[in-house]
Design a protein around this ligand. Sequence first.
Ligand SMILES: Cc1cc2nc3c(=O)[nH]c(=O)nc-3n(C[C@H](O)[C@H](O)[C@H](O)COP(=O)(O)OP(=O)(O)OC[C@H]3O[C@@H](n4cnc5c(N)ncnc54)[C@H](O)[C@@H]3O)c2cc1C
Length: 286
Amino acid sequence: MKPAPFEYHRPASLAETFDLLDRYGDDGRLLAGGQSLVPALNMRLATPRAVIDINRLPGLDAITLGPEGLVIGALARHEAVERSPLVREHAPLLALAMPHVGHEAIRTRGTVGGSLALADPAAELPACAVALDATVRVEGRHGRREVAAADFFRGVYTTALAPGELVTGLVVPAAAGWRSAFQELARRHGDFALAGLAARARVESAGVVEARLVFFGVGAAPVRARGAERTLAGRRADAEAIAAARDALAGELDPPGDVHGSPALRRHLAGVLLARALTQLVAVRP
Ligand SMILES: Cc1cc2nc3c(=O)[nH]c(=O)nc-3n(C[C@H](O)[C@H](O)[C@H](O)COP(=O)(O)OP(=O)(O)OC[C@H]3O[C@@H](n4cnc5c(N)ncnc54)[C@H](O)[C@@H]3O)c2cc1C
């Protein structure tokens, strides 16, 4: 199919973008990498009056290190994040996660801002943002807001973005001493996950001091497994601790069922991913 006719705008500044968002309201859609929007247009699942192409907004594709931490611009492509030495050093969880996002051709176009704004419950980046205690940088005509990722994702395709705002970046605070592990199960590599886990932990002598365990594909938004985190804190991550964490996890997940998998299957897979991630996190490192 072909998209329904729409007006096309390519603003050159944020101010111009805000004007267009004001002018079209719900009838205007931002276009970033287009990897989700363009199929929706072509299938006429989305029929906006105007498409507002933000690809020429200056500076929004930068990945920089500042006093607030690592700042990844909304227009940074998944592939740029995957290959960035700054990301590898300061947010290795993102470097581990990116190869799981679709296929390489998709990652060369898809953007960080698009993925955060779309808030697909099976997407990797939102879960990583929560696990990293990151904030989503949001801007509108009335200024800039920094929204904790944990508060940004409100439900299926639903975020804390207000009308007239766009995502301009992701800010990842410094976190010395944390290790990262990323696990995902999908039917084929590049498919959206049946279940996935973005995990971080502070580890001392094979014991977990503190952990962040954020699952995706098992709820309407990223799910932080606080019960499993508490079960592990201050313990050696041996078989007994892992089993206890899996029990705690099973009690706190309420995954959806669909044609791809039942709730019971997703709950089981989440437990498997938890065991794998913990084994990685506490493995002795050179
Ligand atoms: C075959 C295939 C497989 C895929 N597999 C995965 C996968 O495994 N994991 C995954 O996470 N994604 C996957 N994707 C989606 C891909 O990662 C997209 O890049 C991403 O979801 C959206 O980013 P985008 O830049 O392409 O956004 P677009 O498609 O341009 O926009 C998506 C939505 O976000 C809005 N938007 C875009 N940028 C902003 C902004 N800065 N502020 C506010 N709103 C904005 C748009 O208006 C639109 O509603 C897949 C896509 C395809 C086609």
